[in-house]
Design a protein around this ligand. Structure first.
Ligand code: RP5
Length: 162
């Protein structure tokens, strides 16, 4: 069995409605992925074991979403050379600004490519993963081009009257 290309990780099952958006885009583009709920503060050892095995398992990109004091993406990036895209989950208390800052403000040397807060960010995480995978996959590039052409066509068909 071939290993998935992308690993989607999230800190809690409550993050699934957001992270599902990334999964749906990957599905649409036919990219193989796996999804795991793993938490740096609730299950640090399991998370660490999983992160350390990513490279040898052939995973090419990680999409990691967490909320609040969101350590997941940064910790995973510290444990693997595989590129990590971070999705800040929207929170009740601070509307996800807490998640955004915890995910994006990584010290130099351990990058987390951070997208916008919430569902839009999760979708863009998948699109970014697709662009990265497209660098070495002509078919994927073609699919992306068709996607963007379809978007452009949709926009051009909108007629606005005032
Ligand atoms: C984080 O705490 C998770 O990523 C989640 O966004 C947040 C709340 O988790 P739950 O209390 O819903 O499990 O670790």
């Amino acid at each position: 069995m071939t290993s998935p290309q992308v690993a989607i990780m999230m800190g809690s099952q409550s993050d699934l409605p957001t992270m599902r958006e990334a999964a749906e885009i990957l599905k649409e583009f036919g990219i193989s992925f796996e999804i795991r709920v793993l938490s740096t503060h609730r299950a640090p050892e399991e998370t660490s074991k999983y992160a350390k095995a990513l490279k040898s398992r052939g995973i090419k990109i990680v999409i990691a979403g967490a909320g609040g004091a969101a350590a997941l993406a940064g910790v995973v990036a510290s444990l693997t050379p595989v590129p990590v895209i971070g999705v800040p989950i929207e929170t009740q208390a601070l509307k996800g600004l807490d998640s955004l800052l915890s995910t994006v403000q990584m010290p130099p040397g351990v990058p987390v490519a951070t997208v916008a807060i919430g569902a839009g960010g999760a979708k863009n995480a998948a699109f970014l993963a697709i662009r990265i995978l497209g660098l070495s996959d002509k078919k994927m590039q073609k699919k992306l081009e068709s996607y963007h052409s379809a978007q452009a066509e949709k926009i051009s068909k909108i007629k606005v009257t005032v």
